[in-house]
Design a protein around this ligand. Structure first.
Ligand code: AGP
Length: 616
């Protein structure tokens, strides 16, 4: 999605803005731009005193950097933007910032009534330069200024005409000492520095400067000066927002020496799972605590797990975990489908919205649907104070740290961890899980990060395996039971970063169709750890071999039967079935990564994809 940055302070704004946009590149974009208000803070400088200078273009950020290298816009106040097109094709004219009259604006979201607003303003002489919905914001604010409103009031009053989703930042010519920003259903965070202030769509942009942040709430409008900010609602009523301290270091949001963010994040998974367990697991007592979240699982009719993409695969695993350990009925839905099937969710049900970003529009819509039908909502998300976290009745945070790579890895395994904790806590409360069994499972759960590390340390084996099959054009992934969702996830990882066609299937479905696909060029990844369904999976493996398919098996350490039957085998430690997905997914992530790396695709920002899909 689009990325926004804004700055006011003693530094040259151009440098701060371009660096901030660089740290938002992962959000996916097709254009970039900045606007800088020239003149030192508080005084009029020579030249075009008090007017914002705009530089913007289609394409990658490097093109914008080159375009200003000779003569960078000068000034201590500015806004910047990376655009992911929603209205109007990617072009220089449609790139942000958009300016009309005295007002320059950058925006993330969708102005749903922009056509009606544009038509209305056109009748009074406004001329529009772009195809975007965003440009209407500059016109609306400028019109309020002309009507005599002060700058802060002009922004508020303009936004009252707007329907839709927005996070925005605004410069106003002649107003040297402030920028303005606002949010509704799209993320925006303020960074508090010493004599300087920042705004950004996401934390990595402000981290190099400060860890003190303020998360704006929906409906907030802020006037930001170098020494602080004033926040009101659209009516002008003051709002108090407490600052939070982000523990993520700037380094965490950088690559840390890895070739790609995705590889760094794959390697971070043992510590991410450890961080997600911390303070919530008490093996001796067999207890699990959910950060004080009060949910009476025993009274629940049903739990709905709703998500998109990789988070949906986590939800599918969650069904096995919660039904297996807590014996509560679980329904799993794709968020993009949920609200269109008139779901029977209601009072007495719990909807768990799983979302790494906490901003996925379809998942947010499912939350609204559930709340509208009287259900309670819990969010499982990785981003504090994200929109879905704010909309939920309770939030159970994963502690994966910033996940920059578009392909989700550590967020996924920490989601599995959160769902495990949920299932264990629920099982203890419904008495479906005895204290003794819970104690045993918790003790084993505490060893899982170490087991994950043992797998990831075998990265060379997976790199070799990837290179062996990197030229295949079609892959099939098979799994049963709790590993069936991992087959789906393995296929998604491969297709989204290497652009190779791959399908995940329940192994038992082979004979109902996919077996017709098998040929000697096709790698078939089969999840065959010891456990429920093992024998059946072994039959599937033989069926594939009998048709000359190339079997890459993920098996339990020491299983020579699988090793003899497969073309290639990767061993994982022997763990209880509820913990297997945390291990079986790892070789599939690394396999996908090294195939994509061998193909030279843009692993961290695959084509057409965005890290957070904030449009439906
Ligand atoms: C996963 O690798 C993809 N990037 C994508 O499927 C992602 O999981 C999906 O868009 C959901 O995102 P969320 O978890 O932030 O809601």
């Amino acid at each position: 999605m689009c990325g926004i940055v804004a700055y006011i302070g003693p530094k040259q704004a151009t440098e701060v803005l371009l660096d901030g946009l660089k740290r938002l590149e992962y959000r996916g974009y097709d254009s970039a731009g900045i606007a800088v208000l020239n003149g030192p803070i508080g005084t009029q400088d020579s030249g075009r005193a008090g007017e914002s200078v705009i530089a913007r273009c289609q394409g990658k950020l490097d093109r914008l950097v080159r375009s200003v290298a000779e003569d960078p816009p000068r000034g201590h106040l500015g806004i910047g933007h990376t655009r992911w097109a929603t209205h109007g094709r990617p072009s220089d004219e449609n790139a942000h910032p958009h300016k009309f009259g005295r007002v320059a604006v950058v925006h993330n979201g969708i102005i749903e009534n922009f056509v009606a607003l544009r038509d209305r303003l056109s009748t009074v002489g406004h001329v529009f330069q772009s195809e975007t919905d965003t440009e209407i914001l500059a016109h609306l604010i400028d019109a309020e200024l002309h009507a005599g409103a002060d700058p802060f009031a002009a922004v508020r009053q303009a936004l009252r005409h707007v329907e839709g989703v927005y996070a925005l930042a605004v410069l106003i010519d002649g107003v040297h000492d402030r920028f303005f920003c606002a949010r509704k259903d799209a993320p925006l965070v303020l960074g508090r520095g010493d004599g300087e202030q920042f705004a950004a769509s996401d934390i990595p942009s402000v981290l190099p400067h400060t860890r003190e942040v303020i998360f704006l709430e929906d409906g907030d409008v802020a006037e930001v000066r170098s020494d602080g900010c004033t926040i009101t609602d659209l009516a002008g009523t003051m709002q108090r927002r407490a600052a939070k301290t982000i523990t993520w270091s700037a380094a965490m949001a950088e690559k840390g020496g890895y070739k790609h963010f995705m590889l760094k994040e794959i390697f971070e998974q043992p510590s991410a799972v450890t961080d997600t367990l911390r303070g919530r697991v008490h093996p001796v007592s067999g207890k699990v605590t959910l950060d004080g979240i009060q949910i009476s699982f025993a009274d629940l009719q049903r739990i709905y797990l709703v998500a998109c993409g990789t988070s949906y695969h986590a939800a599918l695993v969650g069904k096995f975990l919660i039904e297996g350990l807590a014996r509560i009925t679980v329904e799993v839905d794709l968020a993009s489908e949920f609200r269109y099937r008139n779901p029977l969710i209601g009072k007495g049900d719990l909807l768990v919205a799983i979302s790494q970003s906490g901003e996925t529009a379809d998942t947010m819509a499912a939350v609204r649907e559930a709340k509208g039908k009287g259900a309670r909502v819990m969010a499982v998300t990785n981003v504090i104070d994200s929109s879905i976290a704010r909309a939920a009745d309770a939030t159970f945070y994963t502690h994966a740290g910033p996940e920059i790579g578009v392909a989700s890895t550590k967020a996924f395994t920490t989601q599995l961890t959160a769902l495990l904790l949920l299932a264990l806590a629920a099982g203890r409360e419904t008495k479906a899980l005895s204290a003794e069994r819970a104690e045993g499972l918790l003790k084993e759960l505490m060893t899982i990060p170490h087991q994950m590390k043992r797998i990831i340390d075998q990265v060379r084996t997976l790199q070799d395996l990837a290179h062996r099959y990197a030229d295949a054009s079609d892959w099939l992934y098979l799994g049963r039971g709790v590993n069936y969702p991992i087959a789906l996830e393995g296929a998604l990882k491969l297709k989204e970063i290497s652009y190779i066609h791959a399908e995940g299937y329940p192994a038992g479905e082979m004979k109902h169709g996919p077996i017709a696909l098998i040929n000697e060029q096709m790698p078939v990844v089969i999840l065959a750890p010891k456990g429920p369904g093992y024998e059946k999976v072994m039959s599937n493996l033989q069926e594939v071999r009998a048709r000359a398919g190339k079997v890459i098996a993920i098996a339990t350490e020491g299983d020579s039967v699988v090793a003899d039957a497969a073309d290639a085998v990767f061993f994982i430690p022997d763990v209880a079935p509820p913990f297997q997905p945390l291990l079986t997914v790892l070789p599939l992530q690394l396999l996908a990564y090294y195939v994509a790396d061998a193909k030279g695709t843009d692993v961290d920002q695959p084509r057409n994809l965005a890290k957070s899909v904030t449009v439906e």
